[in-house]
Design a protein around this ligand. Structure first.
Ligand SMILES: C[S@@+](CC[C@H](N)C(=O)[O-])C[C@H]1O[C@@H](n2cnc3c(N)ncnc32)[C@H](O)[C@@H]1O
Length: 228
């Protein structure tokens, strides 16, 4: 893990810099701020407001630091949801790195964060009455997606300029094919080609104002069929 360095972003929360790719895991303008805004507010919270369901299935592309998973679990507790969370990752981080991350601001969150990182890979594990986790150590590019259909997808891959293979039409199709009717795909990225590809897949696409430091982001919805 010599090419991974801990950095502090503008909101005081940590992120990681992959020095080989020269790419950070989150926005340098604020890691927690970005995750909260893009994935929780415009993904989970948005989806929840469109229905009365309390059971939610989420797919994440890129487990990384586990920040999105932690914020999602805290949200599940606060809103009394039952979340099943599948997250794919090719390169799990070492405990030497994850135990230094400053995402938990109280003892309860510290406990949850440690539990996320200590849970087994490639196995569905119930971590609490609110949260079931399956961390999949495999590539989203070649692996067979399972555990769906999903209500929400957090597409949190490295940027298209650094890892274009995570944003091809084929991968967007593979991932969004697992969306349930009314399901929401969300990302921090606002690239025009990604937007056009999602539209070509029959999804409704919205460009939304981005988190601080980013002009725009994308959200995409699989419309419910009128005949269903
Ligand atoms: C932007 S970071 C994810 C940040 C993460 N969601 C978090 O909250 O910290 C992108 C992640 O995608 C992972 N990744 C790269 N290639 C992948 C692949 N083919 N399949 C699954 N994950 C991959 C990287 O190792 C990295 O952890």
């Amino acid at each position: 893990m010599d090419d991974i360095k801990i950095i502090t972003t503008e909101d005081g929360s940590h992120s990681l810099l992959n020095t080989s790719l020269q790419e950070t895991y989150h926005s340098i303008h604020g890691a927690v701020q970005e995750s909260q805004y893009v994935f929780i507010r415009h993904g989970l919270d948005y989806w929840l407001k469109s229905q009365s369901q309390k059971k939610v299935r989420i797919l994440e592309v890129g487990f990384g630091t586990g920040l999105n998973a932690l914020l999602t679990w805290l949200y599940a507790i606060e809103h009394q949801l039952e979340i099943v969370y599948y997250s794919w990752e090719t390169r799990p981080l070492s405990p030497e790195i994850t135990r230094q991350l400053n995402y938990a601001n109280d003892s309860r969150a510290t406990g949850l964060f440690n539990t996320l990182h200590q849970s087994a890979w490639n196995k569905e594990e119930r971590l609490s009455e609110n949260f079931v986790l399956c961390k999949v150590q495999d590539s989203i590019l070649t692996g067979t997606l399972h555990g769906g259909p999903f209500d929400i997808i957090y597409h949190d891959a490295f940027a298209p300029s650094k890892q274009p293979e995570m944003w091809t039409l084929g991968i967007l199709k593979k991932v969004t094919d697992t969306l349930s009717p009314g399901g929401v795909w969300v990302t921090y990225c606002a690239r025009g080609q990604v937007k056009r590809d999602l539209i070509s897949l029959g999804l409704r696409v919205e460009k939304l104002p981005g988190p601080p430091g980013k002009r725009e982001m994308l959200r995409s919805i699989r419309e419910r069929s009128l005949t269903a």
